[in-house]
Design a protein around this ligand. Structure first.
Ligand code: FAD
Length: 457
């Protein structure tokens, strides 16, 4: 009887799973393994919202495996040690897993390969599992990654994606391998009240529903803050409960301008992953241009606290920050405005904002979060690094009736739509009656500060 191990990481699904298919083809029995890695906890990456979503994903994966005669084996400990122990217990000769992108993933792969060599097993890494196109598969002449999105999109769009693989019908797991109890949401504290359900089943249902209802209108509607018609697939993609290859193939099969605009966004995801794979230090170091004059907790503690709490006095920024706290998710336009305000108006170090987002986002992802923050802060891949998004003008444009602001900032629920983005222009008595702060900083002052600092750097 031959045995193979499949190590699940950011690919918590059965559909379109190349490592699982390869293991099933190679062996009579397979151990589907997930390791609770203490390094993730040590790095503070197991924020409550993501831990809850992860628990849902693991429960759902276990259920789907049981329907096929198998089960998920969950164990805790350093990955290389745990996997080697499982390999020894069941006599496996190969381990299959998705190739990772982050420094943490690369270290894990190195350690695992070394540890497996000592027990006579081979590690097989599979590309295009976590992204649609493998990082490093596309490179411009003489460079190791694309630093500009548009040429990357052009190449990426011509790339033939592999065929989507069906979920296996049956999985046989060796009897002698046991795991711990699955993690659950119970006992987790500090969760956002309106978190989505995690798991492949919920993700696939959302993908089908959303494709039918909103994909066609995506091009026109994706920036409408109140309309809220983007896919909200980001946490399912982050945990790999959905395959990016399948998401792209299904959108393309649907066709039309909406699908094209949506696939372009999924390409941004691959773009950031290939930047991070080539420049792992971009998760903390500035990718381009180094600004050492950012304000930090030492000299901007009150401003940072007001931003975190959604009390900056700029309604659309505050609405976005409160949506983040309540749902563990924020609309992309809101992310752009909240991040732009922190970095370009308050001139606060983007890492402080990125850390706060990672503490709450259910889709919090090193590649997407850190590199989007750098893009907004002007230290990343934006070809116009000095652009500034004015929260009043952006609010009037992307939330013209103020419905988004009223949904999240109830203090402003009775303010007329003409002034909901500029409540400081209300008559003095009406303004005084609102329990809502004055703007933290004049936008012109913030901009002037940004320009002065930029010119000095
Ligand atoms: P849709 O509009 O439906 O897009 C479909 C998918 O494309 C998304 O699910 C996502 O996987 C991908 N995508 C869309 N926009 C982007 C983008 N700009 N960059 C990379 N991928 C994109 N996304 C994360 O997944 N995790 C993060 O931690 C994260 N942090 C961000 C921080 C900042 C400051 C900014 C400006 C953006 C961040 N994004 C992040 C990107 C984007 O805001 C979210 O992916 C998107 O809002 C998720 O909603 P959706 O699934 O409805 O997206």
């Amino acid at each position: 009887m031959t045995v193979a191990v499949v190590l699940f990481t950011s690919d918590l699904r059965l559909h379109d799973h190349p490592p699982l298919r390869a293991a099933l083809a190679a062996a009579d029995e397979v151990v589907p393994l997930f390791v609770r890695d203490p390094a993730v906890h040590a790095a503070g990456f197991d924020a409550p919202n993501r831990s809850a979503f992860l628990a849902d994903c693991l429960t759902d994966l276990d259920r789907a495996l049981r329907e096929r005669g198998g089960r998920l084996v969950v164990r805790g400990g350093p990955v290389a040690e745990v996997v080697s122990r499982v390999v020894t217990e069941c006599g496996a000769s190969e381990v299959h897993m998705a190739a990772g992108v982050t420094t943490h993933a690369h270290r894990r792969e190195r350690r695992l390969r070394d540890a497996l060599a000592t027990c006579g097993a081979a590690l097989h890494l599979h590309d295009a599992v976590i992204t649609a196109v493998a990082p490093g598969a596309l490179t411009p002449a003489g460079k190791d990654h694309y630093a500009v999105f548009t040429p990357y999109l052009r190449r990426w769009s011509q790339e033939l994606l592999r065929q989507v693989l069906p979920a296996p019908r049956a999985v046989r797991v060796p009897d002698e391998v046991h795991g711990e109890r699955l993690p659950s949401r119970d006992g987790l504290s500090g969760l956002s009240p309106d978190l989505p359900d995690g798991g492949e089943t919920a993700g696939r249902a959302r993908l089908s529903r959303w494709t039918r209802s909103s994909l066609a209108g995506y091009e026109d509607g994706h920036d409408d803050l109140a309309g809220d018609t983007t896919s909200r697939l980001s946490p399912y993609l982050h945990f790999g409960a959905l395959s990016p290859v399948e998401v792209v193939q299904r959108a393309r099969a649907h066709g039309g301008a909406g699908a094209e605009a949506f696939v372009r966004q999924v390409c941004w995801r691959d773009f950031h992953h290939q930047v991070l794979a080539a420049r792992p230090d971009a998760s903390v170091q500035e990718y381009r241009g180094h600004r050492d004059r950012w304000r930090t907790e030492a000299n901007a503690a009150d401003d940072i606290a007001a931003w975190r709490e959604g009390r900056t006095g700029y309604p659309v920024v505050d609405a976005a920050m409160r949506q983040l706290a309540h749902e563990g998710w924020m609309h992309n336009r809101g992310r752009l405005l909240a991040a732009g305000f922190l970095t370009k108006t308050l001139y606060v170090d983007w890492r402080i904002g990125a850390r706060h987002f990672l503490r709450l986002l259910v889709d919090g992802d090193i590649a997407n979060n850190q590199l989007n923050w750098q893009w907004v802060a002007g230290t990343g891949t934006d070809t116009r690094p000095h652009r500034v998004l004015n929260p009043v003008r952006q609010g009037l444009r992307f939330d013209p009736t103020g419905a988004y602001v009223r949904r999240w900032v109830p203090e402003l629920k009775n303010v007329d739509e003409r002034l909901v983005h500029e409540p400081w222009r209300l008559p003095r008595a009406e303004r005084a009656a609102l329990d809502y702060p004055d703007p933290l900083m004049d936008l012109a002052d913030g901009l002037a500060r940004f320009k002065r600092a930029r010119d000095r750097d």
